[in-house]
Design a protein around this ligand. Structure first.
Ligand SMILES: [Mg+2]
Length: 159
């Protein structure tokens, strides 16, 4: 099934009697709720020894997809564009696949791409900019990894 075909089928069961703002909030809440169901299911598998079922996971991912598809639709966004733009962003952010360094660098964002074009150039940043970069990226790293960055000095960097 192509993305546009899915989007057409998914909108068949959308409640268009709601106002636009009601549709927006219902779809956003549903997307969050169904994402939570994916998380809750996997929590039970990982921590409560429930049996893993690919079918159950697929069902829940499908529920996420329905809300996502309709949220895109009511905003005039083709699902295919959502997919293409996401892949474009990820190719910019991770040109050589995932790495922690590329994740922190976020080369697809305007500020980082204007400062550095790829991960090799990160070492060209001034010491002050490097400190600022680590300071700003640290809360995000801490949130996802629980680790606090230790900024190592460049060999030629003075106190
Ligand atoms: Mg569900």
């Amino acid at each position: 099934m192509k993305p546009i075909e899915y989007q057409e089928e998914a909108k068949r069961t959308m409640n268009f009697d709601l106002t636009h703002n009601e549709q927006l909030s219902m779809l956003a809440m549903g997307l969050s709720g169904e994402s939570g169901e994916v998380t809750d299911y996997l929590k039970k598998v990982v921590y409560h020894d429930h049996p893993y079922s690919g079918k159950k996971l697929c069902d829940e991912l499908g529920d996420v997809m329905w809300y996502l598809s309709n949220l895109a639709y009511i905003n005039g966004i083709d699902l295919e564009i959502v997919m293409e733009e996401n892949i474009k962003k990820l190719k910019k952010r991770y040109p050589e696949g995932f790495s922690v360094e590329a994740s922190l660098l976020r080369a697809d964002t305007p500020i980082s791409s204007s400062v550095v074009e790829n991960k090799d150039k990160v070492h060209l940043m001034t010491p002050l900019l490097r400190r600022l970069w680590y300071l700003l990226s640290d809360p995000i790293r801490f949130l996802f990894t629980g680790e606090v960055a230790v900024l190592e000095k460049e060999p030629n960097e003075e106190e």
